[in-house]
Design a protein around this ligand. Structure first.
Ligand SMILES: NC(=O)c1ccc[n+]([C@@H]2O[C@H](COP(=O)([O-])OP(=O)(O)OC[C@H]3O[C@@H](n4cnc5c(N)ncnc54)[C@H](O)[C@@H]3O)[C@@H](O)[C@H]2O)c1
Length: 448
């Protein structure tokens, strides 16, 4: 009850903006000259952050100037500090930003719930941002990220890096070329159950905080909780509502990406989930979400249905895929796009397959080359080319995925989304979940 009223009050006041994390209002960077080097800093240098950092730093035009992690052990800050030994080291990203005069680009590779607070603060300083998927923890934050990128004219890239893989680029090209005709319906899935903790009660008690972990900094904007070994940091935060976005949040921005790109989708009109009832703190371990989007130039009719299956066996639906022979083994994760002239299977992550096979000989399928998703961002910051998962694209994709996670809270109920007004128009309780309360003293400075 208390949470509900906080949430409502917040939605109301959020557009007016109140700020506890105050940062200087001037900006250092814009697009650099083509010969200039890009100074970067990484926030979250362990886990996926390690490959993000190395991916961007692979550009000879990039200099790593700052490293920030709340965990000083070898697999987190330690290995990055060893490799980029000249870079300044931080445990608090706010201090890094305070001292970031020489830095033009920030990598955000923390758990989901800290993406927006860090990235928004960085963009407000005029920094270019490379941010992990899903772009944010809430729908409201996703819209804020889009607004900030536009307002501060910075180069952005969400790290759904498979978008730049030859497989996904080829799938998008196939749809755009008209090979399968207008698309009639889409089914996307992650068939495996996640390996991380989920659908459990919050553990009781507290464990000693290891000396190398700054637990208070890890919690950031989230509600304060006792440290529990192996429960949250690292990696297992995914299954907890306060920190992660469940399996749909974890995989949606990857698997739905070629669907969004190829069909030029933007925002769903409605969504309906079916899922077991959700525990108070953790995410469910399976769900199905049916999204209906307005039709586009690549779809048949005035709307298109996209169904997401989360740890649900897709095989009982094979009857929907008339072009696919029964002996073909569907991938463990991926999408099927049923078109007027053929059916496209987009495995996650492998080259797409077209059906009926006799109609689409493999040697005739155009193969798109791979692009370096990381260096593409660094180059764009330096004035060379553009990014493809900039926040104008990544925010609507993330909003859709996170709307799906709201739907999971209200199984069986059709939610009607008005993207322009940012309203779930028929469901006040679902509307409340577009945003969340922030820990006192950690409230982001919102964009208006
Ligand atoms: N694009 C992909 O293929 C892919 C793959 C895995 C993870 N991810 C995403 O990457 C992000 C991180 O996931 P992970 O699996 O690496 O998590 P993790 O918990 O294993 O690693 C996160 C790292 O960030 C550090 N960290 C946490 N909070 C911090 C803070 N406030 N300031 C500085 N450092 C902080 C941690 O100490 C750790 O080093 C998530 O958003 C996740 O969804 C993306």
């Amino acid at each position: 009850m208390h949470l509900k009223s906080n949430r409502r009050a917040f939605v109301k006041s959020a557009t007016l903006a109140g700020a506890a994390i105050t940062l200087p209002a001037f900006r250092y960077s814009r697009v650099l000259g083509a010969n200039a080097r890009l100074g970067i800093a990484s926030v979250g240098t362990g886990g996926k952050g390690w490959s993000d950092l190395n991916g961007v730093a692979a550009s000879p035009q990039v200099e790593v100037l700052g490293l920030c992690d709340i965990d000083s052990s070898t697999s987190h800050l330690g290995q990055a500090a060893m490799k980029y030994s000249n870079a300044r080291r931080y445990e608090d990203w706010r201090k890094l930003l305070d001292e970031s005069k020489d830095i033009q680009g920030i990598l955000v590779s923390t758990p989901d719930f800290m993406h927006a607070p860090i990235a928004l603060a960085a963009m407000q300083l005029g920094k270019h941002v490379f941010c992990q998927k899903p772009l944010t923890h809430t729908v409201f934050e996703a819209r804020q990220m889009q607004m900030a990128a536009k307002k501060f004219q910075v180069m952005t890239q969400m790290c759904n890096q498979i978008q730049s893989h030859s497989a996904y680029r080829t799938a998008v090209q196939i749809v755009h070329s008209g090979m399968i005709g207008k698309v009639k319906e889409v089914h996307s899935w992650q068939g495996s159950k996640p390996t991380w903790l989920r659908h459990i009660a919050r553990p009781e008690g507290a464990d000693p905080i290891p000396n190398h972990v700054r637990w208070d900094l890890w919690q950031g904007v989230a509600p304060e909780r006792p440290y529990k070994e192996g429960m949250y940091h690292p990696f297992n935060w995914r299954g907890w509502q306060a920190y992660g976005t469940g399996q749909l949040g974890d995989f949606g921005c990857h698997i739905l990406d070629p669907v969004f790109k190829s069909l030029a989708l933007h925002a769903p009109k409605t969504l309906t989930a079916s899922a077991p009832s959700i525990m108070p703190d953790s995410w469910t371990d399976q769900a199905t979400v049916k999204f209906v989007f307005p039709g586009t130039e690549f779809t048949q009719g005035s709307s298109i249905r996209v169904t997401w299956y989360d740890a649900v066996d897709i095989s009982p639906n094979r009857g929907l895929f008339a072009d696919i022979p029964s002996e073909y083994k569907l991938p463990r994760a991926g999408s099927v796009l049923v078109g007027e002239k053929g059916t496209l299977v987009i495995p996650h992550v492998a080259m797409p397959t077209l059906f009926p096979e006799e109609k689409f000989p493999t040697d005739k399928t155009p193969i798109m080359p791979e692009v370096d998703h990381y260096v593409q961002w660094a180059d764009a910051c330096r004035g060379e080319g553009k990014t493809t998962s900039h926040f104008d694209y990544a925010s609507p994709l993330t909003e859709t995925v996170l709307l799906g996670t709201i739907g999971i809270r209200f199984p069986g109920q059709e939610l009607h989304w008005d993207s322009k007004a940012m309203k779930i128009v028929n469901h006040a309780k679902a509307q409340d979940w577009l945003t969340k309360p922030y820990r006192k003293g950690w409230e982001p400075t919102w964009i208006s």
